[in-house]
Every structure is written in structure tokens, then in C-alpha cells.
Ligand binder design. Structure first.
Ligand code: ZN
Length: 73
């Protein structure tokens, strides 16, 4: 797959990313698989990964301010 910004090849890697949940909650998902551009800061999260992140976020308790969850494939 190619970067939509610069057209370079995207390479699979893993990173830690924050996601907003509900009003004020932040969940940091660690070791998230992403496709990272080799030449610019652009990255892409695949639909299957995003779907799993949605399910992870759905289990976060109401009222959580900050939670760190490890993404496990
Ligand atoms: Zn790029």
C-alpha cells in the first residue's frame, strides 16, 4: 500500500496511539499495528485493526480519565 501524502511505500510496524472515548476519556493503545510511511510522518490504520480498537474502547469503564491498554492481535 502507498502513502496518500507522498506516495512512498507504507511499512507495517507497531506504535502507541491515544484514542478519545466518550466525553473526557483517553485510552492509549500500546503496540498497535499500523502502516507507517518510510519518508513522511503519515501512517494508516487498517480497518480490521480499527474495528478491534472500537471493541477495546467499548469495554472501557464509564468515567475513565486515562487508561493504557495493550493491543493484542
Ligand atoms: Zn508519506
Amino acid at each position: 500500500m502507498k502513502c496518500r501524502v507522498c506516495g512512498a511505500e507504507l511499512k507495517p510496524t507497531s506504535t502507541d496511539l491515544p484514542f478519545k472515548v466518550r466525553e473526557a476519556g483517553i485510552v492509549i493503545v500500546k503496540s498497535l499495528p499500523v502502516l507507517q510511511c518510510g519518508t513522511c510522518p503519515e501512517y494508516l490504520i487498517e480497518d480490521a485493526v480499527l474495528g478491534r480498537v472500537d471493541r477495546i474502547l467499548a469495554h472501557v469503564a464509564p468515567g475513565t480519565d486515562l487508561e493504557i491498554i495493550r493491543y493484542a492481535a
